[in-house]
Design a protein around this ligand. Sequence first.
Ligand SMILES: [Zn+2]
Length: 121
Amino acid sequence: MKRGQENGANDGLSGPSERLLARRDELRALSARAQDSRQPVELDQSKVGRLSRMDALQGQAMAQESERRRGAELQRIEAALARLSSGDYGYCVRCDEEIAPARLKLDPAVATCIKCAGGGR
Ligand SMILES: [Zn+2]
């Protein structure tokens, strides 16, 4: 029987660094897999099969877009990991206020408090 993590603070979710690292691995794996399938647009109709050239180009654009998004998320995660090691984690990068725990639980890579993220004034 294993009951190592039953002291209050941990409510079943692992800590932010575990979650960030797991997500980073996931994104890297996805990216590596996408790299394999990302080939130049095949112009030879016989090889394209039912896909028209337009569809192939569109698919490529979508693949590039999701790669771009993965890159952006990876950067956020790297930044959050850096804040964890410097002790700044959990504080808004703009106003230095504490970020609500519920907000961090939702997205452990979040860098701003709800007020700053809201963009309101
Ligand atoms: Zn803030």
